[in-house]
Design a protein around this ligand. Structure first.
Ligand code: FAD
Length: 780
């Protein structure tokens, strides 16, 4: 027995499933030798392999190897060769829920069950405990974006588990705290009837021990009935948005981004006002369930509020896949009519006024048949619907109804059947117009369609782009195509550290300084506007994108040292080189003078433009000269003095060098001690880590006015943690604004305006932007 009563060698049958992959993650983190097999390899099994799990494709007796314990998915049949082998050799075989039940022994088990919302709610409770520093162990049935995983081991006593009802798995658990979100007909292929399904939920409720707590949603009629009939021995607390309940969400307000603000009350007493960024009222209910659980677990209200405000939910739940040519592509896991209707309603709220087009993939033939009535009407609020061939999971077609029949039966909108991903993507492209929202919906593999659609949309010109109306556009693209590859309508949200920004009309990559110069010259010849993008770490790109040509600068050659005056040494680097990368390499090699820059993201070109600096140093201290290509297309060397570098500014930021592009820069350093310099870099790394928040951001938003750190002014006007849409002022460092989900540039700009006006009113100080606002979509 290696740890916690689990033997050292464990083999998992069906390791690519969400639940088993979570168990594999935990076991491998505990130091067990873990192997796992599955029919097909997948991105999930690749992740497991990277963590140290030996992943085997296909099921064969020899895969069991020297395992001392075999854990199997419920989906594996008794004739699976690995299970036969393990049983013949007398190796202990446990279904995954039997194993999880063993893990619960001696821990404080928290289980979330219910037909819908259990992944979101389980992830939320786990995230609250993580934020509260309680180090829980958790196993969620989906990847939780905030946690970056579906499962992790912790040192604390809490074990948070999504208690799913497939194969009656949840009946193996006797949790100390259980949440039941709702009960509606599902999995009737396994249960035979809704009565039996509901009876099992009733049993689950009674399995909470008398000193435990059952939190149940009173908005669900079946949950209410089951509570009345079963009289669980545990203490019961109900929650609801509509019905009388112990926990209630009042004054619910829909926020512009589709999220909600609400006041949580416990038996009439106000606990606090919360916001949840997830769209749909069902997520207010999930949030309230999380608050009720967090309250019982002693999580401070402030921690719950922060977790909820930042919570971006599980992957594949109302997830942004990308944007191209003015179309937003989303993905959702809904596979039950109630879930589909909730997703469509949330989409209507979040994307008000835009056309909604979806491809739905039914999940199993049997579910399609027994939930047909719901499926006929749940898509009603969509503008267009495609129905993709059924994801059969483990079923033969004879088990129910196929997708083609379903498409015919759906009442509204008129649905079109598509047999393959390819057909689905083609059909979607025929329908999609700029400003539409395209959803892939279903629990199978329909999410593969979104990236296909995006890829094709990228080669479409953006709405209102200069490309359509620009007479020389084709000739320009031909010229650029001779230098490098050309993409149209590339979303800048992928190219900026904020993760925000609409499309670049024309997007090209420069791999070296010669290519960079050649591209700039070609654009000048065709009179096309040029924007040079470094790492996108100091800009906020507008939601309307950037008109003209965006050059992604990846010219990064570095040469030196050459002797300079007074014993100094000169290095030269192309402008797309990573500034921090150059600083670190030089420190490691024993050259002093740039250590302060070892944590500044961005390229050398961006650093020149902003005279980047930190910890008492700035580029002006070491910059000797720059090579630029000017407005006429000629390249020349300029002494650093000509740039008139000041605190986070230069002739570039003041507009004097509007037409110029930095190709390379030369700077001076000195011989130093590699050990001491590396040590200094480590110290600065720790300082930065302690002071700055993680997540998508663009560093400091404002310059520090003389004598007044900008973060302090923003803090003092009460904006710490303030959120507009998915843009949030960091609660760790108020001069950092974070993209906490799907922030738009307009949200960030609204926060900027708010901070500026509050600071102006209170202190009479005008905050000046450090970042650049570029492209279209900013009013005023
Ligand atoms: C987490 C974080 C921490 C940060 N910490 C610091 C810090 O401590 N100190 C600091 O000074 N900054 C900091 N920044 C801001 C940023 O990293 C720097 O300003 C950086 O130098 C910007 O470089 P970039 O390549 O990302 O520029 P981008 O954001 O890509 O571009 C900025 C501007 O420069 C122009 N530009 C870029 N390359 C060229 C070129 N070759 N020729 C002409 N114009 C060009 C662009 O067109 C744009 O207008 C931080 C940012 C983040 C995200």
């Amino acid at each position: 027995m290696k740890t916690r009563g689990v033997p050292e060698r464990v083999h998992l049958v069906g390791v690519g499933g969400m639940h088993l992959s979570g168990i594999a993650r935990i076991l491998v983190a505990w130091g067990h030798r873990v192997t796992g097999s599955d029919l097909r390899l997948s991105p999930l099994t690749e992740q497991l392999a990277a963590l140290g799990v030996t992943v085997l494709e296909g099921h064969k007796a020899e895969n069991v190897g020297d395992a001392q314990l075999v854990i199997t998915t419920s989906a594996a049949k008794d004739d699976n060769p690995e299970l036969i082998e393990a049983r013949q050799r007398g190796i202990l075989v446990l279904k995954r829920h039997e194993f999880v039940a063993k893990l619960m022994e001696g821990r404080h088990a928290i289980c979330v069950a219910g037909t819908h919302g259990k992944t979101t709610t389980t992830g939320l409770i786990a995230a609250m405990l993580v934020r509260a520093g309680r180090s829980p162990t958790y196993l969620v049935g989906g990847e939780v974006r905030d946690l970056g995983t579906n499962a992790a081991p912790g040192e604390g006593k809490e074990l948070v588990v999504e208690a799913d009802e497939f194969d009656r798995a949840f009946l193996a658990y006797h949790p100390d705290l259980a949440v039941v979100t709702n009960v509606e007909p599902d999995h009737l292929d396994i249960y035979g009837s809704f009565d039996e399904y509901a009876r099992c939920f009733a049993q689950f409720m009674t399995q909470v021990p008398p000193d435990g707590l059952l939190i149940a949603c009173a908005d669900s009629p079946t949950v209410r009935e089951l509570l009345a009939q079963t009289k669980p021995s545990a203490r019961v607390e109900t929650y609801a948005l509509e019905q009388p309940a112990d926990w209630q969400a009042g004054d619910v307000e829909t926020l512009p981004d589709g999220g909600h603000a609400f006041t949580a009350r416990h038996r009439g007493e106000e606990i606090g006002r919360f916001t949840i960024a997830l769209a749909g009222l069902h997520n207010v209910a999930n949030g309230l369930a999380g608050i009720a659980a967090g309250h019982a677990l002693g999580v401070p209200v402030g921690t719950m509020r922060q977790t909820l405000a930042a919570y971006s939910g599980a992957r594949r739940r109302f997830e942004l896949v990308g944007e191209a040519a003015g179309v937003t592509v989303m993905d959702d896991y809904a596979h039950h009519p109630t879930e589909v209707a909730a997703t469509v309603a949330a989409a209507r709220e979040r994307f008000a006024g835009r056309r909604l087009i979806a491809v739905f993939q039914p999940h199993t033939y049997s579910r399609t048949a027994y939930l047909l009535d719901g499926f006929r009407t749940c898509f009603r609020d969509l503008d267009e619907l495609l129905v993709l061939a059924t994801y059969a999971a483990r079923e033969p077609e004879s088990a129910g109804m196929d997708a083609q029949q379903l498409a015919y039966m759906i009442e509204a909108p008129r649905a079109r059947y598509v047999a393959t991903f390819e057909e689905a993507a083609q059909a979607a492209l025929e329908l999609l117009r700029p400003s539409d929202v395209f959803f892939t919906i279903g629990a199978g593999d329909v999410d593969a369609v979104g990236p296909l659609v995006l890829e094709r949309l990228q080669s479409r010109p953006a709405a209102g782009s200069m490309v359509q109306g620009f007479p020389g556009y084709e000739a320009l693209i031909r010229s650029l195509g001779k230098i490098t590859s050309v993409r149209l309508s590339e979303p800048l949200s992928r190219r900026t550290t904020f993760g925000v920004g609409g499309p670049a009309d024309i997007y090209v990559v420069a791999e070296n300084a010669d290519q960079l110069a050649a591209i700039v010259i070609a654009c000048r010849e065709h009179k096309a506007p040029v924007f040079v993008l470094g790492s996108g770490s100091n800009i906020l790109a507008g939601d309307g994108g950037i008109r003209g040509v965006v050059i992604d600068n990846r010219a990064k050659a570095i040469s030196g040292p050459l002797p300079d005056e007074g014993g100094a040494l000169r290095f030269r680097a192309e402008s797309g080189a990573s500034f921090a990368g150059v600083a670190r390499t030089l420190a490691r090699q024993g050259y002093a003078g740039l250590e302060w820059a070892s944590g500044i993201p961005g390229t050398l070109g961006g650093a020149v433009v902003y005279n980047a600096g930190a910890y008492g140093g700035c580029l002006a201290d070491v910059l000797r000269s720059v090579r630029i290509v000017n407005g006429t297309g000629a390249a020349k060397e300029l002494p650093a003095g000509d740039l008139e570098l000041v605190y986070r500014g230069s002739a570039f930021t003041r507009g004097q060098f509007r037409d110029r592009v930095v190709l390379a820069a030369e700077f001076v350093v000195w011989q130093g001690d590699a050990g001491a310099l590396t040590q200094r870099v480590h110290e600065l790394d720790s300082k930065r880590l302690a002071a700055q928040p993680r997540g998508r951001n663009a560093g400091s938003i404002f310059k520090n006015p003389p004598g007044h750190p900008a973060w302090k002014l923003i803090d003092e006007v009460g904006l710490r943690g303030h959120r507009i849409g998915d843009a949030q002022i960091s609660d760790k460092h108020c001069n950092f604004f974070i993209n906490a989900g799907h922030a738009r540039a307009a949200d960030v700009k609204a926060l900027i305006d708010l901070a500026r006006s509050r600071v102006r009113e209170r202190f009479g100080i005008e905050l000046e932007l450090e970042i650049g606002l570029v492209g279209e979509g900013f009013d005023g």
